[in-house]
Design a protein around this ligand. Structure first.
Ligand SMILES: *Cc1c(COP(=O)(O)O)cnc(C)c1O
Length: 390
């Protein structure tokens, strides 16, 4: 070939080979697609998750590194990373359910998940029965011929009920149902639902896994290879794909996940205990407190109790609002799992659309304040909370 002209050279950039070394960190493959020498390898990669990388909506090496990391942490056969937690939840629902199917879900659900289920019911003729998260008998009683799936959350928002994963997943298995567990609040450091019988684990990796409030992402992990391939195939059409840069940031977060979880849990314990003893506080909801209804179950299931708790102030809604506007260090913000401590009032924000009856179902009071504890020094956090309570 003749000497290439600048217009061509600038398009076809060199890619030097690594010649005997490799990067310490997982490289960011910021490319939408891949180049082939062999057309047969190209064709094969289109059809399965473990063929050659072809196109970013199907798979990408950085995204695959994240999928393998989380599948490994959760003890799954495979994982599908998505652009957000809701992307993973929708990929699982839409990939596994048909119009007319019945599903069983626990009563207290993440707001976005509750909205998706309402939508499946309204638009696709699906049916749902809500049961307590710790009542396998109620689950058994709810099973119908059309039931396909059971949906649970390891630790629910915002009053932190803990699901009886062994009991509920066993009941689901007996009835031939797929059990799906949202493990976002626990992270695989505190709980690996597949070890307790779950078929699918979903995460909003936006939270603890990435850990720095700088990225959105989700992932679905599958105990079974067949289920994994089925949802992978569907997800390639859904288009809720993870972006490589988001996956790369999440991988960096995961490297410090156990260290961060240790501090989140320790800080939550200290604040929960001190708030519980404070005269302005009516109740603290953290599963590590013996007064929490889930305490016995949580103590059996989890090595520690997570970094999210909520509390009710004696003065109800007005006192909650005063607390929210009096903190100086804690930030008024949604989400959780990052290094900064975030607070919010569920009844006026995340759960605003709920009726009074639904609020009761979730165990939320009008004045409930939810705290997603960060990794700051606990005495600085307590000083902030104490002055806000005063
Ligand atoms: C945040 C969250 C989700 C949704 O995840 P996104 O990343 O915001 O789409 C689902 N489940 C739980 C428990 C969450 O906290």
């Amino acid at each position: 070939m003749t000497e290439l002209r600048p217009e061509t050279r600038t398009v076809h950039l060199p890619q030097p080979p690594l010649n005997g070394s490799r990067p310490i960190a997982v490289p960011l493959y910021q490319t939408s697609g891949f180049v082939f020498d062999d057309p047969a390898v190209f064709a094969d990669g289109m059809n399965r998750p473990d063929g050659a990388f072809v196109y970013g909506r199907l798979s990408n090496p950085t995204v695959r590194a994240l999928e393998e990391a989380v599948a490994g942490l959760e003890g799954g056969a495979g994982a599908v990373a998505t652009g957000s937690g809701m992307g993973a939840i929708n990929a699982v629902f839409l990939g596994l359910l048909q119009p007319g199917d019945h599903l069983i879900a626990q009563k207290a659900l993440y707001g976005g998940t509750a909205a998706v289920i309402n939508d499946l019911v309204a638009r696709f003729g699906m049916e749902v029965t809500y049961v307590p998260e710790d009542d396998p008998e109620a689950l058994r009683a709810a099973v119908r011929p059309s039931t396909k799936l059971v949906y649970l959350e390891t630790i629910a928002n915002p009053v932190t009920q803990v699901a009886d994963l062994p009991g509920m997943c066993a009941a689901a298995r007996e009835a031939g149902l797929v059990s799906v567990v949202d493990n976002t609040f626990a992270s695989p450091v505190l709980c690996r639902p597949i070890e307790h019988g779950a078929d699918v684990v979903v995460h909003s990796t936006t939270k603890y896994l990435s850990g720095h409030a700088d990225v959105l992402g989700g992932i679905a992990v599958f105990a079974d290879d067949g289920l994994y391939r089925k949802v992978w195939k569907f997800s390639t059409h859904l288009g809720a794909t993870a972006d490589p840069f988001a996956a790369w940031l999440t991988l960096r977060g995961i490297q410090t996940l156990p260290l961060r979880m240790e501090r989140h849990c320790a800080n939550a314990r200290e604040l929960a205990v001190r708030l519980d003893a404070h005269p302005a506080v009516a109740a603290v909801h953290w599963p590590g407190l013996p007064t929490h209804p889930s305490y016995a179950l949580a103590a059996k299931l989890l090595p520690d109790f997570g970094g999210v708790f909520s509390f009710d102030l004696v003065g109800g809604r007005a006192a909650g609002e005063r607390f929210m506007s009096s903190v100086r260090l804690a930030l008024l913000a949604p989400s959780l799992g990052g290094v900064e401590t975030l607070i919010m009032q569920p009844s006026t924000t995340s759960h605003k659309s709920l009726t009074a009856e639904e609020l009761v179902r979730h165990g939320i009071e009008e004045g409930t304040v939810r705290v997603a504890v960060g990794i700051e020094h606990v005495e600085d956090l307590w000083a902030d909370f104490a002055q806000a309570l005063a």
